[in-house]
Structure formats: structure tokens, C-alpha cells
Design a protein around this ligand. Structure first.
Ligand SMILES: N[C@@H](CCC(=O)N[C@@H](CS)C(=O)NCC(=O)O)C(=O)O
Length: 218
């Protein structure tokens, strides 16, 4: 078995797959995507012209998109954590929640962060305001969903791998109001999980690059 992950330790979508790999102690080679690693970046661009990370390569076979990579790992490199339940009805809820974290937490979070990286004359205030409104609405909905849940859907799985990085950075970009205590408690539970703690710690050296200024916590 030769698993390689093209990724960067500060990227929330890379955390999603790293957390899944750490959960099952799955051996893999980390291929760093960064300006000071031009060979990795060139190889990655050949494999995946869209240049999105993470990208998994399994014995030469590329697998794209964090959710699909975790589904692939569950199928081809299973471990003690299943990530997606065997029962197809339960699996629907897991996949639904995973989409919600990607589309309605990560996407608006990336919009806010990405906008801060732009030159002032290229910024999109209306798009950022819409992203903040979407995050606020999602936090409110999620607060109701997480009232009686420890993890996002049943046992720790795919959705929680997704939620960890999404909520970590979303809270930095658009703070989760204390009124949403269930979301804040879920984020804290995620951060206390060893696989997530490891991803957070590996990303610490890059915090000065957070364009909105990393808060002095977490
Ligand atoms: N839909 C992709 C999103 C991945 C993504 O947005 N990755 C970011 C890093 S967190 C990235 O590659 N950014 C580089 C770019 O946009 O060029 C997935 O689920 O894997």
C-alpha cells in the first residue's frame, strides 16, 4: 500500500482527510503543497489541473474531493472508525450533514477569508455580507440540530471530519455567538478529539498567515 496525500497543514479541507487518516492510524506520505515545495506543487498540478487540495494518490490512482477521499478510505483502507454507517438510511443523514458543513459553513468561511486576501480594490463587500448572513443562519439551524447530539450524525464519522476544520475557521472568520451554545460545545468537543488536536497543533506555525488575524485562543 502506498498512500500519498498532497495537502497543506493549515487548510481546513486538508484537515478533513488528515483527521480521517489519523482516526484509523492509516499510514500515508504527506506531500507538502507550498511555494517552498515546487516539485510537489508541479506534480500535483499534473495530477489535478484544478489544483485543489487535498488530493489522495493510492498506488498511482488519484482521488479528488475530501468527502470522496474519506469514502474511498472507508472502502479501500478501512479501520476502526467507519466514517459512513453501513445502514444506507443512516448514511443518508451523514452525507446530508457533510454537504451542509461544506456548502453552508466552509464555503461562506472561505469567502470571508479569501476576500481578506484580495487587494482592497478587488474586494467584494456584498459577497462577504451575504457569506456572514449565511453563516449566521447556518449556526442558528445547527444549534437546534446539535441540541441532543454528541457528534453531527450518530457515531464520530465523515461529517465530524468535515465539521472540525469548517467550524474551527468559521468561528475565526465570523464568531459563533454565545447564544449558539450547542454549536460552541460541539466545536469544543471536536477540538478535544485527539485526531483533531493533532491537526490543530500541526497548523499552529501557520497562524500568522491567517489574513483576518488569528485570535489568541484554540
Ligand atoms: N471541494 C473541495 C474543496 C477543496 C478546497 O477548497 N481546498 C482549498 C484549500 S482549503 C484549496 O485547494 N485552495 C486552493 C485554491 O483554491 O487554489 C474538496 O472538498 O476537497
Amino acid at each position: 500500500m502506498s498512500l500519498e496525500l498532497f495537502a497543506h497543514p493549515f487548510s481546513s479541507y486538508c484537515w478533513k482527510v488528515l483527521i480521517a487518516l489519523y482516526e484509523n492510524d492509516t499510514p500515508f506520505t504527506f506531500r507538502m503543497l507550498a511555494p517552498d515545495h515546487p516539485e510537489e506543487s508541479a506534480e500535483h498540478a499534473r495530477i489535478w489541473p484544478l489544483r485543489r487540495m487535498p488530493t489522495l494518490v493510492d498506488d498511482g490512482r488519484p482521488v479528488f474531493e475530501a468527502t470522496i477521499i474519506i469514502e474511498y478510505l472507508a472502502l479501500r483502507h478501512p479501520g476502526r472508525v467507519r466514517f459512513v454507517p453501513a445502514d444506507p438510511r443512516e448514511a443518508i443523514d451523514v452525507r446530508m450533514m457533510d454537504r451542509i458543513f461544506d456548502n453552508y459553513v466552509s464555503t461562506p468561511m472561505q469567502k470571508i477569508v479569501g476576500d481578506a486576501l484580495r487587494r482592497p480594490d478587488e474586494r467584494d463587500p456584498r459577497g462577504v455580507a451575504d457569506a456572514r448572513t449565511l453563516l449566521e443562519t447556518t449556526y442558528r439551524w445547527l444549534d437546534g440540530m446539535m441540541k441532543d447530539r454528541e457528534w453531527a450524525s450518530g457515531a464520530f464519522g465523515l461529517t465530524d471530519c468535515s465539521a472540525a476544520g469548517a467550524l474551527f475557521y468559521a468561528d475565526w472568520a465570523h464568531a459563533i455567538d454565545p447564544a449558539f451554545a450547542n454549536v460552541r460545545a460541539y466545536r469544543a468537543r471536536l477540538l478535544a478529539r485527539p485526531s483533531v488536536t493533532r491537526a490543530v497543533d500541526e497548523a499552529r506555525p501557520y497562524r500568522p498567515f491567517f489574513p483576518l488575524g488569528a485570535p489568541d485562543r484554540d
